[in-house]
Structures are given as structure tokens and as C-alpha cells.
Design a protein around this ligand. Structure first.
Ligand code: ATP
Ligand code: MG
Length: 592
């Protein structure tokens, strides 16, 4: 079906007056200064993410307001108010102090989406201790590598995860002084060489004064998703809280009465910046679902939990699109007013699916582990061009650059002023949540900057209206018969075919073309792979893209390899196709 190129917003699309409606005017304002003003700062000066997220509200009108609401399949829901979260995080900060863990020390958390994870992260932040949440599905090796690289001194995990994954690597982690175990069932834990969470928490005081951190003090260490290679450790500072606040306002449009659901796991940056910090900064109630993806469950949660703002990812949206539409038709979401997505390019088809099935278009936004917060976004009051990731948020200056030398060091680039020309997406450095280093890799960090510009490694173009269009990762772009082909464009066209659920496109070395375009597709539920179907998809792609850009080869796969944060791993599709080593697969979903 042909869709118009723009979704125009009118007042009737907005259930609440959005925080901004005049793009140019708000971008002229000092939004970082305003966001900093909205925050409190520490009593004696300084800035601390944990204090702003929790204590600022716990001392005021939101003391009894639900901050986090945990739901699970077979257990009653558990709610923590802002006041309770403040007391619990104080206790945990005192636990850390008691263990001699202070400012600048490093804590890792390896747990499912349990209350203890959130308490540990917030308590550690208030203690000035640098936090890294890890995916609980990681196997022993990725856990060991990350704790070793980050020189972790404390680990909070569950008894079960400890037994399955940590005990055998413990000896290899000499920096790890303390392991604190959370019981799965409210009881005590009892493992040699470990401490018990419940016991420590019970004997710790509820009173704690946040350690005076400054905006430049380290707060969080996040590992990248490992989509293009070995994950990098990106270091973030407490000052990032200014971006978390501003983006919660301008990109997610959080209002006090919202019930917010960010589906990302805290094991990657979205689940921390927007699964923990930003919603708390805005005093809203966040839903935390302890279960994994399930289409029926997710539709029900949106309905029963009366979610008003939903932040999810293309991979989840594609899975919902893959499920039978009747599942969705059993539900109504009158409370839902804004849906956003991040992590991968959002195919136009997915934006329209939102409009048709949820009754709301999906708003794509773009950022990276390195940027610490949303940088480019589609937001409530502005028109959407499906397929575009939106426009730079207030405070963010973006541009498209070309490299003046292929491999220069430091890199030298030129800004491309003409609209619609592809190049590398760059940001003017200096936004508050910009990462401050790659752990143990200063050279790599320096290579990300050309003078005042941070180079993102993503290729994009910007149109005359200032909307940014993702082309592909610099590493994934295909050079075929003199054309530069972005995988996203080809994948989006394949997704238009009614049988296709998802697509991953790679360049395959070819004597004649340099590279030929090869597509891997997985089909929607109920569709069966066949030669006529393959030819039909090929024909559709040729008609839409022309013979030079359309895939020459299409292969069916039951599912595409993806990272635990939900990104299609094109480098793995390529390695498998060419019989090459698979490289770092520590973040591969379903991997060890
Ligand atoms: P690694 O750096 O280890 O290869 P990664 O880049 O996937 O992993 P993240 O920081 O989690 O790690 O992901 C950021 C990247 O995800 C961006 O650089 C971009 O390539 C992609 N991305 C995020 N949001 C979008 C979006 N809205 N549209 C297109 N791509 C996106
Ligand atoms: Mg990256």
C-alpha cells in the first residue's frame, strides 16, 4: 500500500499539550541551562544522578507516588514509591560505605529486572560509585571480560546467577572484593565467599547524605551493543543527568501523570538512561516487566497498566508485526498517547503499522551508548516523515560530514552543506551526556573527534527541512557497481512485502560488481518459504529499487542473528555467508 510521505500532526493528535511546539524557537533557548535549573543540585553544591532521580522527589509531594511498578507473570505486582526508593537506595549506599566502597569505585550488577537492581544502581550513584548493569542473560565469559576490563570491585547478583555463571570465573577476577547475593525467594543466601543482600540491607541505616559528586565525576560505565565488533566500555559522568532530564521532556514528552514503559533491559544504555533515570527525574510511574517479550503479554500490559508513553525498539515492533493481527484487535489502549522507538532504523512500514494497529504512529529517535541520551528525534507536536529519525533536539547541533582523507589521524572532515547528500553523521561536542572515554582505549576515543565534532560512525543524510535519514553503519554500506547502497533502504523495501517480517542486507564480494547485494529475510507467522515467494519478493524489490540496488540474492532464515539489545548483526550474516570467523559474539541473543 502506498502511504503519504509525511504524517501531519494536528491538535487532535495530541491528548496533552506537548512540552514544545515551535522547533526553531525552543532550539534558540539555553535548554541545558533550563534543565539544570529544573534540577536541584546537591545541598553543598555538585550534581548527582541518584539524588536528582530519587531524593529530590522523596522530600516533596511525590514521596508516596509510585516510582517503579514491577510486574511478573506469577507474582503480584510490587510497587516502590519515591520515598521507599530513597530509603532503600540510602540503605544500599550505606552498605557500600560499610564495605569500604566509595567514590570512583566500581560496582557491577548482574540480575534480571528485580527491584534490587534498581536499588543497587541508584544507591551506588548516590555513593559516587560507578555502576555497570550487565545483561542477566550474559554467559560467564562476557561477564568475566567486562568485570575484568572495568576492574569491578563489587558485584550484586542473584544466588542462582552466581551459581550458574559467576562462581567459576571468580578466581580470574582479582579486583572483585565483594559479591552480594540477592535471594530469589525472599530468604537468605548462603554461598561461601559472598554476602547476603537482605542481611546487609536490614542492618544498614536509612539515612544517607549523597556523596558530593561534581558534574564531571564518573557515574556509569556502559558497554556498547557489539553490533560492529567487540563491545567498547563508554564512560559517563553525573552531569549526564541534564541530558536525561531535557530529553525526557523534549523527546519523550514526559508529564507528571504519565505511566511510562521503557522495554529495554538495563543491561544496555537505553534501559538505564530511559528505563531508570529519565522517568524518575520527571516523577512519573515506570512499569518494569520482569518477563521476556511475548506479543499477547505486551498488548495486555499496555492496556491493563494504562501505559501513556511507551519507549520500545524496532525489533520488538517487528515481532508484534509478525504476530497475527487478531492478537492486537483484542485490545484497546485509550491511555496511550505517545510511542517512541530506538536502537535500529525504524522502517516506514513500522511507523504506519503503529498508526493502523495502535492508533498512533511510532516516533523514531536516534542515539548511541556514546551519546548517553537521545540526540535526534521525532516528537509529539511535529510532523513525521516515516523512515526519518527526526530532527536534532534542542541543545544538539548535528551535521553530515565527509572525510578529507581515508584514514587520517586525527580525522579531518568537511561539513557537507548541500541537503540530501550522504555522509557521516556528526555532532558538535559538548552536550552534557557525551561519553568521556572508552575504557582503556584513549586512542580509539580520540579517533572519534575531528576538532569540535564527534563522529558517530553512522552514515546519514539531512533533507532541506532538517530531517535526518539513516543510511547505514559506515561498516555496513555496500559498494556495488559504483553505487553506494545503504542496507536500510533495501531492508525497508523488503519489509513492504506482505510476507516479510524482517530483513538484513549485506554486501557479498563479487568479481564483477565489487559487492553484490544479498538479503536475508524471515517471514511472518503463517508464511512458508518457497521459490515462488522468493521470486515474488525479488520482483517487488526490483520494481521499487531498480535492478542496480535491489538484492541479487535472497535467502530465507527462521530468524536473523541479533544482539541482546535487539540489533540485527549484519557482520555475522556476512561472516556466516563467507565462512569467516564470527568474531566477538558475546552480545549475540541466544549465545553463551
Ligand atoms: P557497537 O558500537 O559495539 O558496534 P552499537 O553501535 O550497536 O554496538 P549501541 O550504542 O547500543 O551499540 O547502538 C548505537 C547504534 O545503533 C547507532 O550508532 C546506530 O547505528 C544504531 N541506531 C540507534 N538508533 C537508531 C535509529 N533510530 N536509526 C538507525 N540506527 C540507529
Ligand atoms: Mg556503536
Amino acid at each position: 500500500m502506498d502511504h503519504p510521505a509525511v504524517i501531519h500532526k494536528t491538535a487532535s493528535d495530541l491528548r496533552l499539550p506537548p512540552h514544545w511546539a515551535n522547533y526553531e524557537a525552543v532550539r534558540r533557548e539555553d535548554v541545558w541551562g533550563m534543565a539544570r535549573q529544573a534540577l536541584q543540585g546537591l545541598p553543598g553544591g555538585g550534581l548527582n544522578i541518584g539524588f536528582e532521580a530519587v531524593d529530590r522527589h522523596a522530600g516533596g509531594a511525590l514521596r508516596e507516588h509510585c516510582a517503579l511498578r514491577f510486574v511478573a507473570r506469577d507474582q503480584p505486582a510490587l510497587e516502590l514509591s519515591y520515598g521507599e526508593l530513597a530509603r532503600l537506595s540510602n540503605r544500599f549506599a550505606n552498605v557500600l560505605q560499610g564495605l569500604g566502597i566509595g567514590k570512583g569505585d566500581r560496582l557491577f550488577v548482574l540480575a534480571g529486572r528485580l527491584p534490587a537492581l534498581y536499588v543497587a544502581v541508584l544507591g551506588a550513584l548516590k555513593n559516587g560509585t560507578v555502576v555497570t548493569p550487565l545483561f542477566s542473560a550474559f554467559g560467564p565469559e562476557p561477564i568475566a571480560t567486562r568485570i575484568a576490563l572495568g576492574a569491578g570491585q563489587v558485584l550484586v547478583t542473584t544466588e542462582a546467577l552466581y551459581q550458574r555463571k559467576v562462581r567459576q570465573i571468580r578466581e580470574r577476577l582479582p579486583t572483585l572484593r565483594h559479591v552480594i547475593l540477592v535471594a530469589e525467594d525472599d530468604g537468605d543466601t548462603d554461598q561461601p565467599g559472598t554476602l547476603d543482600w537482605a542481611r546487609l540491607m536490614a542492618s544498614a541505616s536509612e539515612q544517607f547524605s549523597t556523596v558530593p559528586t561534581q558534574a564531571d565525576d564518573p557515574a556509569l560505565l556502559h558497554f556498547t551493543s557489539g553490533t560492529t565488533g567487540t563491545p567498547k566500555g563508554a564512560l559517563h559522568v553525573h552531569g549526564a543527568v541534564v541530558t536525561h532530564y531535557a530529553t525526557g521532556r523534549y523527546a519523550l514528552d514526559l508529564h507528571a501523570q504519565d505511566r511510562f514503559w521503557c522495554t529495554a533491559d538495563p543491561g544496555w544504555v537505553t534501559g538505564t538512561s530511559y528505563g531508570i533515570i529519565a522517568p524518575l527525574l520527571h516523577g512519573v510511574t515506570s512499569l518494569i516487566d520482569r518477563e521476556e517479550f511475548d506479543a499477547e503479554r505486551w498488548y495486555s500490559l499496555l492496556e491493563q497498566e494504562r501505559i501513556s508513553v511507551w519507549y520500545t525498539a524496532p525489533t520488538a515492533i517487528r515481532m508484534l508485526m509478525k504476530a497475527p493481527v487478531e492478537l492486537a484487535q483484542r485490545h484497546r489502549w485509550p491511555a496511550l498517547r505517545f510511542v517512541a522507538s530506538v536502537g535500529e532504523p525504524l522502517n516506514p512500514q513500522a511507523v504506519w503499522w503503529g498508526q493502523q494497529v495502535l492508533g498512533l504512529p511510532i516516533h523514531d529517535n536516534w542515539w548511541q551508548t556514546e551519546t548517553g541520551g537521545i540526540m535526534i528525534a521525532n516528537t509529539p507536536a511535529f510532523d513525521i516523515k516515516p523512515g526519518s529519525m527526526g530532527r536534532p533536539l534542542p541543545g544538539i547541533e548535528a551535521c553530515i560530514v565527509e572525510h578529507l582523507e581515508a584514514e587520517g589521524e586525527p580525522p579531518r572532515v568537511r561539513v557537507i552543506e548541500t541537503p540530501d547528500v550522504e555522509g557521516e553523521l556528526a555532532l558538535k561536542r559538548g552536550w552534557p551526556s557525551m561519553f568521556r572515554g572508552y575504557l582503556n582505549n584513549e586512542a580509539r576515543y580520540q579517533k572519534c573527534f575531528a576538532g569540535e565534532l564527534y563522529l558517530t560512525g553512522d552514515l546519514a543524510r539531512v533533507d532541506a527541512d532538517g530531517y535526518y535519514w539513516f543510511v547505514g553503519r559506515a561498516d555496513d554500506v555496500i559498494k556495488s557497481a559504483g553505487h553506494l547502497i545503504g542496507p536500510f533502504e533495501v531492508e525497508s523495501v523488503l519489509m513492504e512485502h506482505p510476507a516479510v517480517a524482517e530483513a538484513g542486507v549485506i554486501g557479498k564480494p563479487d568479481a564483477l560488481l565489487g559487492e553484490l547485494v544479498k538479503a536475508f529475510v524471515s517471514l511472518k507467522d503463517g508464511q512458508v518459504a518457497s521459490e515462488p515467494l522468493r521470486l515474488d519478493i525479488l520482483a517487488h524489490a526490483r520494481k521499487r529499487l531498480g535492478a542496480a540496488v535491489a538484492p541479487k540474492e535472497i535467502a530465507f532464515l527462521p530468524t536473523l542473528p541479533r544482539t541482546r539489545s535487539g540489533k540485527i548483526m549484519r557482520r555475522l550474516l556476512k561472516a556466516r555467508e563467507l565462512g569467516l570467523p564470527e568474531g566477538d559474539t558475546s552480545t549475540l541473543e541466544g549465545g553463551a
